[in-house]
Design a protein around this ligand. Sequence first.
Ligand SMILES: [Zn+2]
Ligand SMILES: [Zn+2]
Length: 183
Amino acid sequence: MGPKDIYAQEKMNIAIVCFGQIESIVLDYLKNNLSEIFKALLYIGKTYDLPEYAYDKKRKQYLASAILHNLSQSKDKNHKTLAIIDKDLYVPELNFVFGLADSLRGACIISTTRLKQTYYGLPEDKDLFLRRTLKEAVHEIGHLLNLNHCPDPSCVMHFSNSLLDTDRKDYNFCNNCKKIALR
Ligand SMILES: [Zn+2]
Ligand SMILES: [Zn+2]
C-alpha cells in the first residue's frame, strides 16, 4: 500500500461555520445527519459576524460568492467547510440562491432564510425547516464532491428552483450520484 492509498482512506472532515447566530438545534441536526450521510467527521467551527462586506443595500441581500471568497482556503482536500447564514443570499444572475458552493475552495454556504414557512407568512414548521436545511446542505456539499445537478427530481442533487423542488426531493443521493459522492 502506497501513501496514496492511506490518504484515500482518510475520513473527510466538515466544519460547520456560522455567519451571525444560528440556533444550536439546527447545528446539531446538521452535524448528526451529515456525518451519517457522508461518513464524515463533522464539527462546529467558528461563528463570524454578519459579512457586511457582502451586503448589497439596494437588494437587501448578501452576495454569496463574496462570503465564500473571504473564507480561508484549505489545502487539505479532505477538509470541507459548510457555512450557514440566516440572511437572504444572491448571485448577480439570480434573484436569490438557497446556497452556493466553491469547489476550488472546498467551501459552500446555505441560507436558512427562505427555508422557513414564516418567510411566506405560513405557520412555523420546525421539522420541515430542518429537513429543508439538511437537503440544501447535502446538495451544496455534493457540489464540493464534484457532483453536478441531477435530472432525477427525487435526488438531492436536483436543482431547486423553488421550495416545491426542495420539498419533493430526498436528502439523499440517487444511486448514480452516490457512486460519485462516496467513492
Ligand atoms: Zn446546485
Ligand atoms: Zn442524482
